[in-house]
Design a protein around this ligand. Structure first.
Ligand code: CMP
Length: 136
């Protein structure tokens, strides 16, 4: 049965500043994702705090929000069958050192913080995250 989904993807500051955005977008397209919408933006720290509020009790929350707001990012709505899970597979494990060969984080990630991409972790969060960036 068809299960066309949308998910939110972010190309993080480490990848944008190394000019990897086009190469990363091509990775998504090669796997059959359609980029429905995209924009390049720079978040303020308080906006990053709101975006990552699910992590607010974590010890890495402050560094994470400083990092996401440290430079331009590209936010995208990706569409594909089972997009949430398929995007998580394509990104690989959060820590690039643990990510499988062929995944985006393995190829481009520098560290667990500078792991090049973010992707929604569930359909519910995909809706929330898409609204966060594209509700206007
Ligand atoms: P992301 O998918 O954007 O979601 C939250 C981010 O927190 C994660 O990618 C990592 O870049 C970052 N992070 C930093 N430290 C950790 C950690 N110990 N465990 C999980 N995520 C971490």
């Amino acid at each position: 049965m068809s299960n066309l989904e949308q998910t939110l993807s972010i190309i993080k500051p480490d990848a944008v500043e190394r000019n990897l955005s086009e190469e990363i977008k091509q990775e998504f397209k090669n796997k059959g994702f359609i980029i429905l919408k995209e924009k390049k933006i720079k978040l303020e720290k308080d906006e990053a705090e709101k975006f990552y509020q699910v992590h607010q009790t974590k010890p890495f929350y402050n560094d994470l929000c400083s990092y996401l707001s440290s430079g331009p990012i590209i936010v995208m709505i990706l569409e594909k069958e089972n997009a949430v899970l398929e995007n998580r597979k394509l990104m690989g494990a959060t820590d690039p050192e643990k990510a499988e060969e062929g995944t985006i984080r393995k190829k481009f990630g520098i560290s667990i913080d500078k792991n090049s991409v973010h992707g929604s972790d569930s359909q519910d969060n995909a809706k929330i995250e898409i609204d966060f960036f594209f509700k206007d």
